[in-house]
Design a protein around this ligand. Structure first.
Ligand code: GLU
Length: 291
């Protein structure tokens, strides 16, 4: 636990469309957590995957956060400005034999054909770059999901650091980014819980500190589907932000009083910060949104 450092939280959306209720929920909780700790709340745009970026979504995200009163500290950072840094660290990892080139394609991996690249020297292109895992037990205490332990195994868990198309992989970039921004506390959806041991593995390998983690239950619809762009979740309504904040505070089991139903978002957020209690969310993996 990084208790001796001032709290630095962050929200790191990918610019792949507008924020839906689930992504706004993550932003809201990480904002409230940062403010209750009198910490900083940073914004990072995870824009490395240029195949998924959608034009106009950065402006849309910035505008949405501002409309909801979620004002971030400092200027927002863009992953795409740091490509040289990722490449330099990859170069070092490779020089120290922590990586290997993999020429398997998606089709063969999906067909569960074993990847033999770890033990063969590949020089041909195109290849992706994988981490060479040393078998490790990674444990961490999640603030909502409790103690989690994952066994990372040699080969099976050799995750991608850089894709065949040259794009730096999320698992790697996020570790470098959170360290660069000195993030002490990460709040994000429980759908990323399985990524956390890989990120901790990289932090340990690179000698970086491990932040505290809080993985939030994800919001699902009546049919049990996660709200996501793939499921065509609708963008949050910017016309009546108070209604949305009130709804989110209710879904987050904060029991907001009726009096703040149509209060300005600033007042709603002040109430939320003063009364914040994440305990009712403990050990939940999802919250159902009934409308
Ligand atoms: N950019 C990631 C996403 O939108 C979030 C990364 C993170 O919070 O670690 O899913």
């Amino acid at each position: 636990m990084l208790k001796d450092r001032p709290y630095i939280g962050r929200f790191a959306p990918s610019p792949t469309g507008s924020l839906h209720l689930g992504s706004l929920c993550t932003a809201l909780v990480s904002f409230i957590e940062a403010r209750t700790q009198l910490g900083l709340w940073l914004l990072r745009i995870d824009d490395l995957d240029t195949t998924r970026n959608i034009k106009g979504s950065v402006d849309n995200i910035l505008n949405t956060l501002s409309t909801f009163g979620l004002h971030w500290d400092h200027k927002e950072q863009y992953q795409s400005h740091y490509i040289k840094d990722y490449e330099e660290i990859l170069f070092e990892l490779t020089r120290n034999q922590h990586t290997y080139a993999c020429t398997c394609n998606r089709k063969s991996l999906l067909a569960k054909q074993p990847c033999l690249c770890r033990n063969t020297l590949k020089t041909q292109e195109p290849s992706s770059l994988r981490i060479k895992i040393n078998p490790s037990l990674i444990s961490f205490q999640d603030q909502l999901q409790g103690l989690r332990s994952f066994q990372l195994t040699h080969q099976d868990d050799d995750f991608l650091l850089k894709r065949r198309d040259g794009i730096i992989a999320y698992q790697f970039a996020v570790v470098i980014d959170d360290n660069r921004q000195q993030v002490t506390d990460i709040v994000r959806g429980v759908d990323l819980l399985d990524s956390t041991p890989r990120q901790i593995y990289l932090q340990q390998l690179l000698g970086l500190s491990t932040p505290n983690y809080m993985h939030l239950p994800i919001i699902i619809d009546q049919d049990g589907n996660k709200l996501s762009k793939q499921n065509h979740a609708t963008a949050v309504d910017l016309k009546q932000p108070q209604i949305v904040i009130f709804k989110l505070l209710s879904l987050l089991k904060q029991n907001p009083p009726k009096e703040i139903y149509i209060a300005p978002v600033k007042e709603q957020l002040e109430w939320a910060i003063d009364n914040w209690n994440p305990l009712p969310l403990k050990n939940l993996s999802c919250i159902c949104n009934n409308d």
